[in-house]
Ligand binder design. Sequence first.
Ligand SMILES: Cc1cc2nc3c(=O)[nH]c(=O)nc-3n(C[C@H](O)[C@H](O)[C@H](O)COP(=O)(O)OP(=O)(O)OC[C@H]3O[C@@H](n4cnc5c(N)ncnc54)[C@H](O)[C@@H]3O)c2cc1C
Ligand code: FES
Length: 511
Amino acid sequence: MDSTQHSQLPETPQSYWLASTEQTAFSSIAEDTTVDVAVVGGGITGITLALLLVEEGKKVALVEADRLLKGTTGHTTAKITAQHDLIYDELCHHAGDEMAKLYFDANAEALAFIRNQVAEHRIPCDFAEEDAYVYTTSDANAAKIDKEWAAYERLGIPGRREDRLPFRINSRAAVVMTNQARFHPVAYLKHLLQRFIDKGGLVYEQTTALSVEHGSPLSIVNTSTGYTIACDDVVSCTHFPFYGVRGFYFARMYAERSYALGLRLKNEYPGGMYLSADDPPRSIRNVTYNGESILVVGGERHKTGQGICTIKHYEALEQFARETFGRDCEIAYRWSAQDLTTLDKIPYIGRASKDEPHAFVATGYRKWGMTTGTAAALLLKDLIMGNENRYEELFTPSRFYADPSVKTFITQNANVALHLLEGKLEWVRRHPDEVECGEGSVVQVDGKRAGAYREPDGTLHLVDTTCTHMGCEVEWNNGDRTWDCPCHGSRFSYTGEVMEGPAKKPLKTYT
Ligand SMILES: Cc1cc2nc3c(=O)[nH]c(=O)nc-3n(C[C@H](O)[C@H](O)[C@H](O)COP(=O)(O)OP(=O)(O)OC[C@H]3O[C@@H](n4cnc5c(N)ncnc54)[C@H](O)[C@@H]3O)c2cc1C
Ligand code: FES
């Protein structure tokens, strides 16, 4: 914001999708249980897969560490589209036209699956067809739009090339994918969840899956409650896989955060879903639910735990929203979330590693999990049922394309190694007494680096800043009041509880 304007952001971050629906309240697991499949993680991937498997006659337990849908799925912008930013020209070059077309088909089929579910079961979730645009305001990026459009034409992707947008945005070029869609993801998934339960599916919340002991005939999932789940197959739909040391997922993905605002506009929205190809990116879409219209404006990006003062990202979005949609729009919601990107930008979906035939993962959706999470559920259902699926090879986590993976692999790891050292070498002088009400800061306690947050009423919370995943030092996120790890994206509340993995244990606290 410029110096003459005051930010009018909501005080507390809250996702519109969660605020407009009721939270679930299932019990934790309270006895050792045996099922055919343990599906771990209650986001779009886990819930969709759990339903598909009970429909095939499997006995399924859906296991969630916190409350269902409160993870990334509850904090998305929920465009349902195969237009994943500018990806097709790049995929054609790195993986070939055939793989690029498969990638499109898998996502288009996922969109068709959601469309059919909504129509067949009359799900009230604001599903509506929209064209999806990627645009640029820079002449330099216009050439990339042209290349992407050329890839659409070559691959037979339905769309068109345009120049202008129906807003006050100085667009230079845009590529449009037609007949894509939007929905309210939590309303949609709660409907799928109810059908899962009606078919006898088991749901356990506040139950963290800690580890898997592979056995024959059954594997055992150990949980935070002390009770176990014995199963033929186990699937990690936990965003970052909760196991998989053999798959080296922590070294093959990075977490990137983005931000969103929910606005009430004075003027009517002209329709369409938009994403800029510029840096920082901007994303726009509308939702109408319970008689209310909310415009979701998203964007900004940085690696988790490596951002500037994070409230600045919200302020940048606010400025963009007011410039584009009018100074008098009301900002009703703000929230942020992160997603994971793989080395070659294609998700890892399939067997966790070659020597774990009954353990599966689905991760690395690069902020496009509405379709890829659904595609993952469709593919994993087939793998578990022993069916052929033409997308198995495209998504298999054990692939390794030499170019450009190797270069990215080295860059990502150098970055993590740097952060492993960085916080540890930092000389912290600040004392907890100097931390003001509502402030969070790295401080020194007994000569060691610690994290302090003081609540508005003066209560001080002190945590050990060493991440319980692999020992990097967490950093304060002032926009969301969390401790975020720069290495693999774990996030902790100011009292130290795990909010997002791969860490499973809380930060140590000082009393
Ligand atoms: C800002 C932002 C905007 C986005 N916008 C879009 C968009 O417009 N369109 C689109 O297609 N995609 C979008 N995405 C991406 C999409 O939201 C995600 O890819 C998708 O929601 C991921 O779903 P998931 O089921 O894999 O994970 P999640 O929804 O994160 O679910 C994983 C669940 O597993 C639980 N869990 C974790 N560890 C354990 C454990 N050990 N035991 C038990 N449970 C555990 C978590 O608590 C969580 O509930 C966006 C992402 C972001 C960050
Ligand atoms: S998330 Fe891996 S060290 Fe913190």
